[in-house]
Design a protein. Structure first.
Length: 278
């Protein structure tokens, strides 16, 4: 999946040639460049950078100076790149796009993780990722100290508000889900979203199995009360409108997981640049 992403991104950018480099840089020019960190944060994407080099030009040599997950500050060098000047120029933007984006996510995730330190709560990402870059986004979350929720629509059954409404309610949704898994010989984990205390009570009264309850848009006070009703053995997750200002109060309720879309859907890229070393 990563290789496919890289090849698609290279084709998108280069097409029939990097004409700027082809026009003025000698074919046999051998050069060196370094990745300069220009902002405080958490580094992510070193393995991706290495793979970009291997796919585009196996003769490029990337010498890592830092590792994924390292705290970084202005002025540090993440890696030195040696090889064909034309190759370095051709992959420069893809290297930067991936590493800036991933480092931004890792930095944001590490910040949110620090806000719930000392609780027993785990920070989760969501599917609110950049199309085509989910593998990078979710890897960056893990580098930042968070955990991945489901990767896509295929690896977990998650009955959210629209599923439940379209199915005709919680009961029909869970009944059909059970029948579907049996007919397809599947054993996927099932998570069910509830939007109120009344929906939670209805869910708990139904004779169906599920492994996690998502409590959506509950206040910390209501969440704490809801957790008292949920039997041990059923995982709990809070989601919906949780910010850096409120996440601590949610984590202190005792909920096991908190999912935050802001880890990936609107994150600021970490500033860095690739500099020619003359």
């Amino acid at each position: 999946m990563l290789d496919e992403f890289i090849r698609t991104a290279l084709q998108e950018d280069i097409q029939d040639g990097d004409h700027s480099s082809l026009a003025c840089v000698p074919e046999d020019a051998i050069s060196t460049a370094f990745l300069l960190i220009k902002e405080k944060g958490v580094l992510a994407g070193m393995q991706v950078a290495q793979r970009i080099c291997e796919i585009y030009d196996p003769n490029l040599v990337l010498k890592a100076k830092l590792k994924d997950g390292a705290p970084v500050e202005f002025g540090q060098v993440a890696f030195i790149l040696e090889g064909s000047a034309r190759s370095i120029l051709a992959i420069e933007r893809l290297l930067l796009n991936c590493m800036q984006h991933m480092s931004g996510i890792a930095t944001q995730t590490a910040y949110y993780v620090s806000l719930i330190a000392g609780t027993n709560c785990t920070l989760l990402d969501t599917r609110k990722t950049t199309p085509g870059m989910r593998i990078l986004d979710k890897y960056a979350v893990k580098i930042g100290g968070g955990a991945n929720h489901r990767f896509g629509l295929y690896d977990m059954i998650m009955l959210k508000d629209n599923h439940i409404d379209y199915a005709g309610g919680l009961g029909p949704a869970l009944q059909r889900t059970k029948a579907y898994q049996e007919s397809k010989k599947l054993d996927l984990k099932v998570e069910v979203e509830v939007r109120s205390m009344d929906e939670l009570k209805e869910l708990l009264s139904l004779p169906f199995d599920y492994h996690r309850v998502m409590l959506d848009n509950f206040t910390p006070k209501d969440l704490k009360a809801a957790l008292q009703l949920i039997p041990q053995g059923i995982e709990t997750e809070a989601s919906g409108g949780i910010t850096s200002e409120t996440i601590r109060s949610y984590a202190e309720t005792g909920v096991q997981y908190i999912s935050v879309g802001a880890l990936t859907h609107s994150v600021k890229a970490l500033d860095m640049s690739l500099k020619a070393q003359l």
